[in-house]
Write a protein that binds this ligand. Structure first.
Ligand SMILES: O=C(O)C1=C[C@@H](OP(=O)(O)O)[C@@H](O)[C@H](O)C1
Ligand SMILES: C=C(OP(=O)(O)O)C(=O)O
Length: 419
């Protein structure tokens, strides 16, 4: 029974860094994710004057409830949307002038509704080039707090950023949310705020955050459930078995729900108290699935869809078009390169069974996958490569965003699943 050790959650590490930086006291984070996104987040905090000790298995953060330790800083957020959206929000609670910029793709990704909400709360935030995009400057003078309305229909990260900010404001926040995608990520935020001493209230679409700040703690980071999806999918398509320790019934991450999709397709799934096991059990079935809540796993499902006996249709995933790339089109293009029949619409993708192209004919090689700099495209099509010979990538290294050691770990699993 191969057990796979999955690195820490990107989303939980980013939140933990924010909370620890804002808390009163010293926080220890156990098993943080070490990857481009989270190291970029920690580096950004460093630029803002926070002190972070980074030992391999535990990070120690000196909290500063009063905000950044420097009066001015230039912060490069790399390719990480959590960094690019959470750090300017944290900085707003301090006193000083802070400039933020990001990678070319992150500059293209939106944050307009978050900046509008911050401005509605009195924050002096200016976009340098394009309204609602990086680069931007926050001239921070603390945040009074109060009522604000937010459209989080494009990204739940806008709401997470405001929730995290709430306890750092003088009066607390009442956030009315009109639209919301990726709702389980908000649950992660609320659960983690609780671990740092803050209880968020809920009245329908209104989130109520009390003032008063965070308490330092020791916090253990769960393995990343989105990363685990590639390993679970590998079991499902090879008829093998994979167990991921550390992700069980009490897991915070909604993306563990991907195993329910695999179960509907015919895999055997056991979610235990502190581990999840997926066992491939013959031919996978087609499925129609709404992935609004777990859209980071859309590419994982798309990449294994040709191996199902019926069509696979994934719905309600419009916002995957504004991630590290336009994931709906990137998945469609790469599946077509492999010979699959695929259609897309504004917020859906449908994949018909089978691969009719070169890949399925003996003696021919698969295809080079166009990565678009997107870690999830590479990790997803690595799963396809278990069944299609000759799958290669134009930019395999882009997995560094969330899992620098992915190819080694996946290669090792491949050896155990397909000796
Ligand atoms: O809050 C978070 O940590 C995340 C929320 C999700 O984004 P959206 O809310 O933009 O869908 C997810 O796709 C992203 O990988 C991480
Ligand atoms: C969308 C993703 O990342 P982010 O939005 O945090 O950059 C992701 O990891 O799939």
């Amino acid at each position: 029974m191969p057990e796979v050790d999955i690195p820490g959650s990107k989303s939980i590490t980013a939140r933990a860094l924010f909370l620890a930086a804002a808390a009163d006291g010293v926080t220890t984070l156990r098993r943080p994710l070490r990857s481009d996104d989270t190291e970029g987040f920690a580096e950004g905090l460093g630029r803002l004057g926070y002190r972070i000790g980074r030992a391999p298995d535990a990070w120690q953060v000196d909290g500063r409830p009063q905000g950044p330790a420097v009066a001015a800083a230039d912060v490069y957020c790399r390719d990480g949307a959590t960094t690019a959206r959470f750090l300017p929000t944290l900085a707003a609670a301090g006193h000083g002038t802070y400039r933020f910029d990001a990678s070319p793709q992150m500059r293209r990704r939106p944050l307009g509704p978050l900046s509008s909400a911050l401005r509605d709360l009195g924050v002096d935030l200016r976009h340098e080039e394009k309204e609602g995009h990086h680069p931007l400057t926050v001239a921070a003078a603390g945040v009074r707090g109060g009522e604000v309305t937010l459209d989080a229909g494009q990204s739940s990260q806008y709401l997470t950023a405001l929730l995290l900010l709430g306890p750092l404001t003088r009066e607390g926040l009442r956030i009315t949310v009109t639209e919301l995608v990726s709702a389980p990520y908000v649950e992660i935020t609320i659960a983690m705020m609780r671990a740092f001493g803050v209880e968020v209230g809920r009245e329908g679409d209104v989130f109520v955050v009390p003032p008063g700040g965070y308490r330092a703690t020791t916090y253990a980071i769960e393995p990343d459930a989105s990363t685990a999806s590639y390993f679970f999918a590998a079991a499902a398509v090879t008829g093998g078995e994979v167990t991921v320790p550390g992700l069980g019934e009490g897991a915070l991450q909604g993306d563990l729900g991907f195993v329910d999709v695999l179960r509907r397709m015919g895999a055997e799934v056991t979610v235990g108290a502190d581990a999840t096991t997926v066992r491939g059990a013959g031919q996978l079935r087609g499925v129609t699935v709404n992935m609004r809540d777990i859209s980071d796993t859309m590419p994982t499902l798309a990449a294994i869809a040709p191996f199902a006996s019926g069509p696979v249709r994934i719905e309600d995933v419009a916002n995957t078009r504004v991630k590290e790339c336009d994931r709906l089109e990137a998945c469609a293009e790469n599946l077509r390169r492999l010979g699959a029949e695929v259609a897309t619409g504004p917020d859906w993708i449908e994949i018909r069974p089978g691969l009719s192209g070169r890949a399925s004919r003996p003696g021919f090689s698969g295809a080079e996958i166009k990565s678009y700099g997107d870690h999830r495209i590479v990790m997803s099509f690595a799963v396809t490569g278990l069944r299609v010979p000759g799958v290669s990538f134009d930019d395999p290294g882009c997995v560094r965003k969330t899992f620098p050691g992915f190819h080694e770990a996946f290669g090792a699993l491949r050896g155990r699943l397909m000796p």
